[in-house]
Design a protein around this ligand. Sequence first.
Ligand code: NAD
Length: 543
Amino acid sequence: MAAGIFKVPLPANEPIYDYAPGTPQRQALKDAIKALYGQQQDIPMVIGGKEVRTGKTVDIYPPHNLHVKVGQYHQGGAEHVKAAIEAAQHAKKEWAATPWHERIAIFLRAAELLAGPYRYRMNAATMIGQSKNPFQAEIDSACELIDFFRFNAHFAQRIYEEQPYSPRGTWNRNEYRPLDGFVLAVTPFNFTSIAGNLPSAPAMMGNTVVWKPSNKQIYSAIVIMELLQKAGLPDGVINLVYAPGPVVGDVVFRHPDFAGLHFTGSTTVFQHMWQTIGDNIAMYKAYPRIVGETGGKDFIVVHESADPDEVITAIIRGAFEYQGQKCSAASRAFIPKGFWNRIKDKLRHEMGQLKMGPPEDFSNFINAVIDRASYDKLVGYIEQLKQNPNTEIFVGGGYDDSTGYFIEPTIAIVDSPYYVTMCEELFGPILSVYLYDDDKYEDILPIVDEATPYGLTGAVMAHDRKAIMLAHKYLEGTAGNFYVNDKPTGAVVGQQPFGGSRASGTNDKAGSALNLQRWISTRTIKENFNPPKDWRYPFLSEE
Ligand code: NAD
């Protein structure tokens, strides 16, 4: 029993290293990259705290360097998913009974380890395995994951502090228990921080977890697991399995103790999972919590009062950082024709400055897209844009897979706000631009709103306050994260809680108390210090 009411240290965002030439951080990161390239990682699953190797191995190649094997992972099957559930169930009682501040301390220690000794290895693994440049890796796999740990610790405390009113003679208390059963975390390839946060957030609140990462992120997932174990996470609290998604779903969604899904990935996969859970609803002991952050078709709307340089910067950073493989990446832009004529030459020039190549060459802004399937899909869209007489590739349009999956950052001008590349999530470095008549700003806003089923991020670029107010009005439900005069990417934990609605997810805002609240089940206790001794109410008495 704790002899004190403890307070989590106040969180602050982890400072971002810039890796500028001559800095010791740059050298340390280069050394870590070199060390990883010099090893062949043999990556096991981790179930009940034990490394599990099946011998059924899958080789790992960096997306930007298809001729250099960096390791292999051991693929699991249904029996490993079952073992992971058993391990989670076995660990649950003790973990749930561990005082909240003791649980939280493990994640605060993980944050400290990641800020220090694990930083370079985590960033190097993300750069090699997911093809991110040093800055993109730093803001993701180091800073954002550290922020998730520290801020969630703080939000957890605030949840535990929140207690109901107690009138005189009674004491009302809320006890924030974990969910009944185990949680499944299914994570995407594109953010190491999300991969770390999805299993950790429910675990902080006392749940035990089966974690299925994307098979394109396993190279850094194992570093997260090692970090958590090093920080003192007990065996079985988070169990890492590499079985194919449908196999995981098949076992987990039929289990009576399945208590919640923490998912980030594409809309179709999430909808399929939700449907399966719905079909199986009578099997479960409790109603599972379903949290999913999914796809987007994120926009930049430019008003003629905007600043040209601010627009060019928002476009380049918002659409092309990490090759457009952010759920929040701008992939459609609406620009007045006159304004376009003012920026197009400079935009083309600046786009020409973006160097593309492997991330270990720090001068590259653009690296490879994640895999063959993504490359082929993007090439298909580029060819479609090239062949359509009504669309124009303004810049880019090249691709090359001789050494890695390289797609040139591409801007296309399309003739309709409903053209296929204006509506579908491509998840790559392709921005479609629709040029609207200069006096049609107010007409274009409702089209931005209803042209896609998504509702994730978007930005308005305008200096005219009335134009900003109109955007607020028409685009109220179009983006869960809405930016004014800023790119639509780069949400920071503790500053812009992240998530979208409509087809983009359940909008439970990762990195906020709103998300943590989905992983608890509250018991309310009323204690009466002065219980009544007579059942009769006064109104029953005779006049
Ligand atoms: P994905 O949907 O292909 O995969 C996500 C996860 O689901 C992976 O672990 C994958 O193995 C698993 N999976 C796939 N099919 C499955 C099935 N049938 N059953 C169970 N699991 C299955 O997504 P991805 O390519 O890894 O990531 C990109 C997508 O994620 C994009 O659509 C992007 O917009 C979205 N995303 C959204 C957010 C957000 O916060 N809204 C953040 C990051 C990524």
